[in-house]
Structure formats: structure tokens, C-alpha cells
Write a protein that binds this ligand. Structure first.
Ligand code: IMP
Length: 426
């Protein structure tokens, strides 16, 4: 059975949640490999919309095991709320497992994220303020030992870890930011009820995943965010603090590279970005606004309006190689229904040079001017299409262009938010 990675090709919000949910129908296990509650994955089931931040997008399939692996960050308060919301809608969430090694986002990480962003002023990254950067910083700093999911099993250990952390962090909060210190016991009391709910599901997930591999199970490794938010391969420093690229799936789960059969790269039919940083194909005019409204491009986690623009073939070509994409899923194609022509960036102009691959230095990307091809639009609704032959020829030509740019076949196309609004290539 296959091991598949689901990875975002752009700056996140590509619609990975829907794609993972579809794959989970047949999968035995879905494993989230990085990120924390900064993610916002939307799954639509009938008239119901589910917004997931931490729980893998396979959770609506009761037979699918959902694992939050070593590379993820767990916020027990967000997780408890998310589980409660799902349970109130009839989803037990008993099929979830949390790695004992996953680091825990604590209230002081969120406080530091807010204070850091405030202090950056106009140069802020535009983080989700979910504490992700400070929690991953603690993970690499190692001392004092941060809270990991295993520590949620024992009140004394948790208290001791919080005290040790705040002994250092309060100095930073007070002297660097001039803010009020946090009380260790109050933080413990705030987290402990949710910690107890989370603790029941904490286990050695690496052992589970390796056993599933040995059993030849169908495993989906689900990424959060996207290629250009990767700490190493994204548009640094306007990136997240983890590794959304396909290689991150190995680091975050313990699955070796040779075990991966397919890298399923999710590409939104146009481009969006939240937060600061370069965005060569951004359209700040009326058409960008049209994409925002039609595509409901407002952050799942923060509600912020997303910046919108056109498909960036340079970014796509580069992402396909960085991730080793073997297949492509195209999402939100229906959002382009009304357009007479659709711009697709096929290269950049950088000074006198024509550039086909994304420069690594963000200052160079800032200088790049997109070179567009204008493809004819189809100007009719495609939300009811269920087979490739139902799609208008102009839509098929647009998909062919994406496949050509990615140098990988398009095997799935999403034409609306629900599970049914999906076209599979034979
Ligand atoms: P952080 O991950 O909250 O530290 O934010 C760092 C950058 O990543 C900011 O530009 C965020 O807007 C962006 N970001 C983080 N998570 C997501 C996501 O799930 N979708 C889109 N952008 C994200």
C-alpha cells in the first residue's frame, strides 16, 4: 500500500484539508508532520464545514487513525476546543494519537509571539500569533527543557517545567518588552484541565507509524502551510518555523525517504498569501479583490483577508522540484469561472535576465517582474463537473498548463468545497 505525502505548493491555504480528507477515505493512517495551531484546514461534509487546526484532516473517517507526529506542536487548549467542537457534531475523535515527543505550545509562547510581533512594528512577519515561532525556538534551544506532550501526563513534571521556563521567559517579557510577568501556577491551572484530556492520547507514535509501514498500510503524511513558508526553502524571514516541504514529512514522522511512494502536491488555481513577504504575482486591484471574494480568501485561523494574485509558474516549477512532486491536485478551479482571460506567470524578468526558477534570495525575488501568458477563460460554472470530459476545453487547457509547469500529471481537480465537487483523472 502506498505512503503519500500531501504538500502545499504555494504559501499555504492551498486546500490540503479537502484533499487529505478525500485520500483518508481509503487510507489507514493520516499523520500530520509539522506545524501547530497556526494551520487552518477546512473540510466540508454535506452542509457542514469543519475547520481543523491541529487534528489531521482524516478525523472525519472513523476507521482512519489520525496521528500528530513528533514534528508537530500541540496546543492543549486549542486541541481540547477543537475536539469538543467535533464531538458536539458526532465525531468521537477517539482515533487520534499524539506523539509523546511533540513539543507543547504554552500560553507564554503565545504571549511572546504577540510581544515580538508588536516590537517588530512595520517590519512584523504577520504571524498567526499562535505561539509557533517561540515554541519551535524553545525546541532548538533545548534548555531549560521545554514542555513536551509526555509532560502532560504528570502534574508535578508539568509544574516544574513551567516554572523553569518562566524563570527565564519572565526576564525577557519584563526587561525586553516591558510587559507584565506571567505567574507559573496560573499558567499551570490554565493548561492542566486541557492537558488531562490530551494526555489520554499521548503515545509513542513513531512506533505506531513504523509498525503500520511494516504492515504495508496505506499512510498519508499531511503537511501544513506550504513550500514557500518553509524555514529553509521559503521566502525567509517571512516564513513559518517548521518544514512544510515534502522532506519535512520524513523528519517529522520518522518515515525514511525510500518509504515514500508519492508526493501529491496541492496547487491552488491562483495564488494567495497571508502575512508579509514577497509575492510577485500579487494583484492588488479589482481582479485580486474578485478572487478574494469568490474564493472566500479570509484566514481560517485569524480571519485576516488573504493577499490574492495569479498562478505563479516559476514558484510552481521550483516547488515541484523541491518537493519531488509525482502528482498534482488542483484546487479552487471554479473560482476562475467568470474570467475572460486568466494570467499565468511563466517566467520572471530580473534586470535583463529571464528567470525560470525561483531565486533563493528574497531581495532578488522582490526585483522580479512576472512575465504573463494570458489563457482564455471558460466563463461558465464548473461546480457540477464530475469527469474530465465535463470540464470546458479552456479549463482543461489551464490544467494542462499547470501539469506542464510542474512537470507532473494533474490527477485530481477540486471544483467546489464539498467532497463531491471533485474530478479525478482516470
Ligand atoms: P507563524 O507560523 O504563525 O509563525 O507565521 C509565520 C508566517 O506563516 C506568517 O506569514 C503566517 O501568515 C504564515 N502562516 C502560518 N500558518 C499558515 C497557514 O496555515 N496558512 C497560510 N499562512 C500561514
Amino acid at each position: 500500500m502506498p505512503v503519500k505525502v500531501v504538500v502545499g505548493a504555494q504559501w499555504g491555504d492551498e486546500g490540503k484539508g479537502k484533499i487529505t480528507d478525500i485520500l483518508a477515505e481509503q487510507a489507514d493512517v493520516v499523520v500530520r508532520y509539522q506545524g501547530g495551531s497556526n494551520a487552518g484546514h477546512t473540510v466540508v461534509l454535506g452542509d457542514e464545514e469543519y475547520k481543523l487546526h491541529l487534528i489531521p484532516s482524516g478525523i472525519l473517517h472513523p476507521d482512519c487513525l489520525c496521528v500528530m507526529a513528533d514534528g508537530t506542536l500541540i496546543d492543549p487548549l486549542v486541541l481540547a476546543e477543537e475536539v469538543q467542537g467535533l464531538q458536539s457534531r458526532g465525531c468521537s475523535c477517539d482515533n487520534r494519537r499524539i506523539s509523546c515527543n511533540a513539543h507543547v505550545i504554552m500560553p507564554y509562547h503565545i504571549r511572546l509571539d504577540e510581544l515580538q510581533e508588536q516590537a517588530r512594528g512595520r517590519g512584523s512577519i504577520g504571524t498567526t500569533k499562535r505561539g509557533v515561532g517561540p515554541a519551535y525556538t524553545d525546541k532548538s534551544q533545548r534548555m531549560p527543557v521545554p514542555v513536551r506532550a509526555h509532560d502532560l501526563l504528570d502534574a508535578d513534571v508539568l509544574r516544574q517545567r513551567i516554572s523553569a521556563q518562566l524563570a527565564v521567559k519572565n526576564k525577557i517579557i519584563q526587561s525586553l518588552y516591558g510587559a507584565e510577568p506571567m505567574d507559573a501556577e496560573a499558567v499551570f491551572q490554565q493548561v492542566w484541565p486541557a492537558a488531562q484530556v490530551t494526555a489520554k492520547y499521548v503515545t509513542d507514535t513513531r512506533a505506531i507509524i513504523l509498525q503500520k509501514l511494516a504492515d504495508n498500510a496505506y499512510i498519508v503524511l499531511e503537511g501544513a502551510q506550504g513550500t514557500y513558508l518553509d524555514l529553509d526553502y521559503g521566502t525567509y524571514p517571512y516564513v513559518t518555523s517548521s518544514h512544510p516541504v515534502a522532506g519535512g514529512a520524513c523528519l517529522g514522522t520518522g518515515v525514511g525517504p525510500s518509504a515514500i511512494d508519492e508526493v501529491f502536491m496541492v496547487v491552488k488555481a491562483y495564488t494567495t498569501r497571508v502575512g508579509g513577504g514577497v509575492f510577485p504575482t500579487e494583484d492588488s486591484g479589482a481582479l485580486g479583490e474578485h478572487l478574494r471574494q469568490r474564493g472566500r480568501e479570509f484566514g481560517t485561523t485569524t480571519g485576516r483577508p488573504r493577499r490574492c494574485g495569479w498562478l505563479d509558474g516559476v514558484a510552481l516549477r521550483t516547488a515541484a522540484r523541491v518537493n519531488g512532486a509525482t502528482a498534482v491536485a488542483v484546487t479552487k478551479l471554479d473560482v476562475l469561472d467568470d474570467l475572460e482571460t486568466i494570467p499565468v506567470c511563466v517566467a520572471y524578468q530580473l534586470g535583463t535576465e529571464r528567470v525560470d526558477m525561483m531565486p533563493t534570495w528574497p531581495e532578488d525575488i522582490e526585483q522580479c517582474k512576472p512575465i504573463y501568458e494570458h489563457l482564455p477563460g471558460w466563463q461558465r460554472p464548473i461546480g457540477d463537473c464530475r469527469a474530465v470530459s465535463d470540464l470546458p476545453p479552456q479549463a482543461r487547457a489551464y490544467l494542462d498548463k499547470i501539469a506542464q509547469l510542474a512537470d507532473a500529471p494533474v490527477t485530481l481537480v477540486s471544483v467546489g468545497p464539498s467532497r463531491e465537487q471533485t474530478v479525478f483523472y482516470p
